[in-house]
Design a protein around this ligand. Structure first.
Ligand code: HEM
Length: 152
């Protein structure tokens, strides 16, 4: 190979290598967390099952069940499913009231909120929802707390 050919070869090879490096830098990493939380939870049927179990746990929880004495439970479940579905990236629209409007005046306490979260975590555990997904879901609900809790 002539020295001209050799240097052309090196030039092209270096260019190709640089292009490959650049591409590998801009390519999004393929990871198992690239699916939406909605998909990883198992979409609407799985969310519906968790919400059913969760509301069932709340109904059995003497710390907070009195609050729901006059509630239309099927309607509440429907709203919760839509809310979780939408918040996790699913194809749903939540049509219920915003959290502040809904809970204002109920004098919900920090302890009430923790009890409800415990009932939700118990439901997630019943369906063996992995820790990562549980944390992500609670991370989406946590910021709603200041709109819901009125008394310490
Ligand atoms: C992150 C926490 C919470 C979320 C995401 C949440 C979500 C909701 C939703 C979506 C509704 C229905 C809205 C509508 O019908 O327009 C609702 C209603 C209600 N929530 Fe909450 N909530 C939370 C915490 C709590 C807590 C801690 C309590 C009390 C222990 C509570 C008590 C109620 C009651 C009594 C209703 C009214 C049901 C009715 O219409 O009779 N919520 N909530």
């Amino acid at each position: 190979m002539s020295s001209f050919m050799k240097s052309m070869y090196m030039y092209v090879a270096t260019g190709l290598f640089m292009t490959m490096v650049a591409c590998s830098m801009v390519e999004p990493p393929v990871s198992k967390t690239s699916a939406s939380l909605y998909d990883r939870l198992g979409q609407k049927p799985a969310i519906t099952a968790v919400v059913d179990e969760f509301v069932g746990n709340v109904a059995k929880d003497p710390r907070i069940n009195g609050r729901f004495a006059t509630t239309d439970i099927p309607r509440l479940k429907g709203h919760l499913v839509d809310q979780v579905c939408m918040a996790t990236g699913g194809p749903c629209t939540y049509t219920g009231r915003d959290m502040k409007t809904m809970h204002t005046g109920m004098r919900i306490s920090d302890a009430d909120f923790s009890a409800l979260v415990e009932d939700l975590v118990a439901a997630l555990n019943t369906f063996k929802v992995p820790d990562t997904e549980q944390k992500e879901l609670l991370g989406l609900l946590g910021p709603m707390k200041p709109d819901i809790v009125e008394v310490p």
